[in-house]
Design a protein around this ligand. Structure first.
Ligand SMILES: [Mn+2]
Length: 258
């Protein structure tokens, strides 16, 4: 049983003034192409489960171009790989009020894509003997009281969460942090985390995947870290990191202006 864990893809991210020949912001195009590369590689691996652990979009209201190119990318992927895909809401793509509507809901129309953004819940996948517990960013404030008791026994139990766990300091926008104790409250086969843009292990079976391109406020801090995604074998408990090619970020030396 193989799982692919994709982290913050931040589609619709823009930076600087350069545009492509088609008039699209160059960094926006880069971020999109990295996403396509990740999906192409995932289709080659042909896993049983695919996870996008939050911040699929860079903003609550991505531009129309981003909305429909993302639709094309996921639709094309679906033709090559039938694995169920689980997408949860992150801090960037979940609106603060429910009447705003969440753009992630649009992607439910693609077969076998499940989206969770406004509540924590368990999704049962009997055909894979699998249960996936989803905790999107909007619900991590209640993580302490979350009930992980399964309604039915399944062989594989996977937990997806978007947020900062423990004392990691990188999230400037963090209002809530999750006590790492909750990761141990149930014997998960894998914990797929999103929010931190660097690949990091935070528990025996718990990983932050990594963002799929350099799409943070301070990309230079990440310059020495490769971008990619995680493949995880639920039987052997083996993690494989797949690096993908992106445009390079070069951290220039400090200039002494004096
Ligand atoms: Mn993010």
């Amino acid at each position: 049983m193989k799982l692919v864990h994709i982290g913050d893809t931040h589609l619709g991210f823009r930076a600087y003034n350069k545009t492509t020949d088609y008039g699209v912001n160059m960094r926006q195009a880069d971020v999109y192409h990295s996403f396509r590369r990740v999906l192409d590689k995932t289709a080659e691996i042909n896993p049983d489960i695919v996870i996008i652990a939050g911040d699929m979009f860079h903003s609550v209201r991505p531009d129309n171009f981003t909305v429909y190119t993302t639709f094309n990318a996921l639709n094309d992927f679906r033709k090559k790989c039938a694995a169920p895909m689980f997408i949860i809401g992150g801090n960037h793509d979940t609106p603060k009020t429910s009447d705003a509507g969440c753009i992630l809901d649009l992607y439910r129309v693609i077969p076998n894509i499940r989206v969770v953004h406004s509540e924590s819940k368990s999704l049962d996948v009997p055909e894979l003997d699998l249960r996936v517990y989803c905790m999107p960013y909007r619900t991590i404030k209640d993580a302490g009281t979350a009930d992980f008791t399964p309604e039915s026994e399944r062989k594989y139990n996977v937990f997806i969460l978007h947020g900062t766990v423990g004392d990691m300091k990188r999230g400037m926008h963090d209002i809530y942090k999750v006590d790492p104790e909750i990761l141990d409250r149930f014997e998960w086969d894998y914990i797929a985390l999103g929010h931190i843009h660097i690949c990091e292990q935070v528990g025996e079976r718990a990983w932050y995947s990594v963002s799929t391109d350099y799409a943070s406020t301070s990309v230079w801090e990440e310059a020495s870290h490769p971008k990619g995604f995680i493949e995880y074998d639920l039987e052997e408990h083996k993690m494989t990191f797949h690096k993908i090619e992106t445009r390079k970020v070069i951290d220039m030396p400090v200039i002494d202006a004096a």
